[in-house]
Unconditional design. Structure first.
Length: 519
């Protein structure tokens, strides 16, 4: 069994439709405080020439001095080959995919580098050699895959959290993606990033003091601008603003020894439920079809994590295996993959990654299936592979039926209170439907998306109305809203409702208009 500091890997993908996806690969990332370690220059050195022990698989890549410094830090601290937050902050290594090899002999280092670097599609390398603090020889190499140019990163530590944190980067014209920012409260913000080969500056959100993690998920795009479905982590950068604080992340409380893969899978399910409970989110139902498929895919994942397992992505695999079985119908399906020497390692790789955590605490998820399978890495070391499938079942209500039920329930409540029933206004309904559809298309709950406040837009369409009061929402079940106060006002005479069901998220965008006056 390897120690808990063995480099961890995770990969994340979101399948919304056949042409949408996101994928991340995270190597050697650990949760820790960003307190740069002191580096003794005498313990490890770098040189302009490539060291003789470095194999050809690394020599063919581009040299990067920041990775040289990261290799020197690994030697200086005398630990394992984990490029964690401390190493990233000290050497300013921001690449999303990073792996390292550390050894006390040149021959062993050459073999480790050859195995690890061939396992990951890398583009840059750095190396250092010297002595560890205890006097043992040290040969270290760090490799990274670079797919984005970064011009400005947030400083590793800023005393004032109110100072703006900015990111300036340039994506390839053939790529697009999203930036995820994990805050100290455990919540995640997502910002779109355009391609086009031009520099972009993003002002990053900061709600609280503490540790933040910035992650960029980039994907190739086709000629129509749609993602190809082979995304990856292009940037990963932890930083602290003000007082250090860590987001809630349930820990694995018991060791893996003595428990089979089924027991570890159940423990992983409990970790997801505890994380959602700490964020005050609804628990997920365990789906037998998703659990069965997760076990099959975890066993089929090769040396490199990825969502085309045995040549099939998870959505197609689910359809092929279960067909039209109602239990296997999901409008949204996300697959998360992680690997580590222990379940704790694999779990931390997920919760430390903003893009992965985004899915774990997503509101639009109802079911999960999780499997943990034992295996080996490129060096023959035991590792646990964790695959989680998170899905959302189709809603059981149709928009038209919900709209009729909303009117009936509202009028039933008004009748009990001695009020006249409301009538449906065609002009109010037209405005409500247009706004609901627009909110669905943009993914925003905003009553001004038709060019102004929806109440003013509706009044312009119907001069007989003297007042229009709106309710807009994004909700799983619109009937949970109930009649809002304006609908029970004695002066309200008309109602217009619009509902739009998002085809892949499975949630309703709702606009209800209560009108006074009218003929």
């Amino acid at each position: 069994m390897l120690p808990a500091t063995t480099p961890r890997r995770s990969t994340h993908g979101l399948l919304r439709t056949a042409h949408h996806g996101a994928l991340a690969v995270l190597l050697g990332v650990a949760a820790s405080c960003i307190t740069p370690p002191t580096v003794d220059a005498t313990t490890a050195t770098t040189s302009d020439a490539a060291p003789a022990w470095l194999p050809a698989v690394a020599r063919d890549l581009a040299r990067d001095r920041a990775l040289d410094e990261a290799a020197a830090v690994l030697c200086a601290r005398g630990g394992d080959a984990v490029v964690d937050d401390d190493v990233r902050a000290t050497a300013r290594v921001w690449d999303g995919q990073v792996t390292a090899a550390l050894s006390t002999s040149a021959d062993e280092a050459r073999a480790r580098v050859a195995a690890l670097f061939a396992d990951v599609g890398l583009s840059h390398w750095g190396a250092a050699e010297g002595a560890r603090p205890g006097g043992q020889p040290c040969f270290a190499a760090v490799g990274a895959r670079r797919v984005v140019v970064v011009d400005e990163l947030p400083p590793a530590f800023v005393p004032d959290r109110r100072a703006p944190a900015r990111l300036t980067l340039t994506l390839s014209p053939r790529k697009a993606g999203h930036v995820f920012v994990l805050g100290p409260d455990g919540l995640v913000d997502r910002l779109p990033v355009e391609g086009g080969g031009r520099a972009q500056t993003l002002t990053l959100p900061s709600r609280r003091e503490g540790r933040h993690v910035l992650e960029l998920i980039a994907d190739d795009i086709d000629d129509d601008g749609a993602p190809r479905g082979a995304p990856e982590v292009a940037l990963l950068w932890p930083y602290v603003r003000g007082h250090l604080a860590l987001p809630p992340s349930p820990a694995v409380l018991f060791p893996d020894d003595g428990h089979d893969d089924v027991a570890l899978s159940h423990r992983a399910e409990a970790l997801v439920q505890r994380l959602r409970n700490e964020q005050l989110l609804e628990p997920l139902k365990v789906s037998p079809p998703l659990s069965s498929l997760a076990a099959e895919r975890a066993a089929g994942v090769g040396k490199a994590l990825g969502h085309i397992v045995l040549g099939v992505d998870p959505q197609k695999a689910l359809s092929a295996r279960f067909g039209d079985d109602p239990r296997a119908q999901f409008v949204r399906l996300a697959e998360l993959q992680a690997r580590g020497s222990t379940l704790d390692d694999a779990w931390q790789a997920l919760v430390d990654s903003p893009a992965h955590r985004w899915e774990l605490v997503a509101l639009g998820v109802t079911h999960m299936g999780i499997a943990v399978v034992r295996g080996q890495d490129a060096l023959g070391r035991e590792q646990k592979t964790l695959v989680a499938l998170l899905g959302r079942r189709p809603p059981v209500r149709e928009p038209a039926a919900v709209q009729r039920r909303l009117l009936d329930d509202t009028n039933a409540t008004r009748t009990k209170r001695g009020l006249e029933p409301l009538v449906v206004s065609d002009t109010l309904e037209d405005a409500a439907v247009r706004l609901a559809r627009r909110m669905m298309e943009t993914g925003r709950v905003d009553d001004t998306l038709l060019g102004g406040p929806i109440g003013a837009v509706a009044l312009e369409a119907d001069a007989s109305m003297t007042r229009v009061q709106p309710l807009v929402a994004r909700i799983d079940d619109p009937l949970l809203l109930g009649p809002f106060p304006a609908l029970l006002d004695m002066d309200t005479t008309a109602l217009g409702a619009g509902l739009a069901l998002h085809p892949t998220e499975g949630v309703f965008y709702v606009c209800v208009l209560a009108g006074t006056g009218g003929g």
